[in-house]
Write a protein that binds this ligand. Structure first.
Ligand SMILES: [Fe+2]
Ligand SMILES: [Fe+2]
Length: 273
């Protein structure tokens, strides 16, 4: 493949929370070309909302892998679709937040080591959940540093998906891991931030990748039902929105010799409809 001959760089595409069928449709529409044209060697996508907006099933995980996703990360919605318990222990390419207490014996894995098929490079991926306005899991800072210490025995190319609400917590973790992770990227808010940058020791950072799904919505759900909940203060059923479908994320270029990031840029692909 030409792009490997002219460059020893590794290109990793990060894709923000894919919501429901519209999100999966965007993955199927856009990702094959990213790989085929050599714009991405490896793809990490958040799939916690891939099944009807809540959770992930065996079928939606398969659809994501078939579209070209190499590793699926998750977050607070990982357990919402019970089908996940059937396959998470047998699917190393699906990871869940790493910072559950070890004694809790939570199914699945919080991080993993993966081989990039096209380049042969080894890539570590960690998933971790923030604690500000989220469930009180174990310390995301210490647990992620410990995971990185383990991963660095195998590779110096390490991506961290920090699934969290607060930008302050995400930015703090970015600085805390600067120079030890290749990239720290945020997910969960479904709103893409414009703060992508390289930190001082070579870690690429963005507070949130944004959402892959319908953007004429409130974070992926039909806005009428969400407005109704705010107006009435009563529970109302949310439905996955379908209009103005976009893929949002970031592209990170990596120097495989050092494991440091060379660049990070936001990605927006519009399906329309
Ligand atoms: Fe999400
Ligand atoms: Fe989330």
């Amino acid at each position: 493949m030409v792009y490997n001959e002219v460059s020893s760089q590794l290109r990793v595409l990060l894709v923000g929370d894919a919501v429901g069928r519209p999100g999966r449709r965007a993955l199927k529409k856009f990702l094959p070309a990213w790989k085929r044209e050599g714009r991405a060697d490896f793809i990490i996508a958040n799939g916690e909302n891939s099944a009807h907006g809540k959770g992930i099933s065996g079928d939606t995980a398969s659809e994501m892998f078939d579209a070209g996703v190499d590793v699926i990360t998750t977050g607070n919605h990982v357990w919402d679709n019970k089908d996940v318990f059937r396959f998470i222990d047998d699917e190393p390419r699906l990871i869940r937040p790493n910072n559950y207490h070890p004694a809790a014996e939570v199914p699945g894995r919080g991080y993993g080591v993966f081989e990039c098929e096209t380049t042969g490079f080894t890539i570590g991926v960690v998933n971790v959940m923030g604690r500000v306005m989220m469930e009180p899991l174990e310390c995301p800072f210490r647990t992620t540093r410990a995971a990185i210490t383990q991963l660095r025995q195998r590779t110096n190319i390490i991506f961290v998906d920090l699934h969290a609400e607060a930008t302050s917590e995400k930015i703090a973790l970015g600085w805390y891991l600067d120079g030890t992770a290749t990239c720290v990227f945020g997910t969960h808010t479904h709103v893409q931030t414009a703060d992508e940058r390289l930190l001082n020791q070579g870690t690429a950072f963005i507070s949130d990748l944004g959402m892959t799904g319908a953007h004429d919505s409130v974070i992926g759900m039909k806005y009428e039902s969400v407005i109704n909940r705010f107006l009435r203060g009563m529970p109302s059923r949310f439905e996955v929105a379908e209009d103005n479908v976009q893929l949002r994320g970031a592209l990170v270029t990596v120097d495989p010799d050092t494991g440091k990031a060379i660049s990070i840029e936001r990605v927006v692909e519009k399906l329309g409809g």
